[in-house]
Design a protein around this ligand. Sequence first.
Ligand SMILES: *Cc1c(COP(=O)(O)O)cnc(C)c1O
Length: 248
Amino acid sequence: MMREEKIDQSVKNIRTNLELVNKRIVEAAEKAGRDPDEVKLIAVTKMMPVEVINAAIEVGIRRFGENYAEQAAEKIDIVGKGVDIEWHMIGHIQSRKAETVSRYFDMVHSLDRIKIARYLDRYAKEQNRVMPVLIEVNVSGEASKYGWDASDESSWPKLADQFRQICAYQNIEVRGLMTMPPLFDDPEDSRPVYRKLRRLQQFLKEVVSESDWKELSIGTSFDYPVAVEEGATMVRIGTEIFGSRPAV
Ligand SMILES: *Cc1c(COP(=O)(O)O)cnc(C)c1O
């Protein structure tokens, strides 16, 4: 295929896929008695070229999720920050990339340790801004996952103390929680993980009043209808919209 045709094709595919995803979000929200407008779609474009991002913008997508700070920065420089386009950092952040994250992103979902909170706060201050963040927790206890270990409920008061410290930083603003469930075969298996996350959210609402803990960033292509039923306010979807990612 010629390059032009290929891009046309991908605009068409993205539009069709997006319509289906939106439909499933609405259905899941209605099933749970929620307002579908409470759920924001973050289109995950990690490993995807700028052409794909531009095609997504063409079909109306405005919120993008990226995992790798440096690669994202290169793409954002080309695509442009755009007044109505939001860039969400959803991947593990290395200390030395914190400044790039702070300069390029509108929100961080993957705040997974105190040190990064300190860095993001410092750089946001230098840039005269406040960075909205979500705290990443690991509720399943799976060893390979990033984030604060929240698998043992008896540890939640201690976690709350640490999260209170994060809330005290002036130039980051804690908006809620993010988690990645283990890789399951059945999306239904994510449900207990998300229910536990919601219990943690409820707990934090009661004991850490410095944040409203409103946002829950849960759900990927694999399980987003379940996540929406269980209270997601943000779903992070790549494959279902863009197809499988190019191999590294
Ligand atoms: C890649 C990624 C996603 C999207 O995954 P898909 O299966 O492509 O929808 C969501 N969240 C995080 C943290 C990711 O790294």
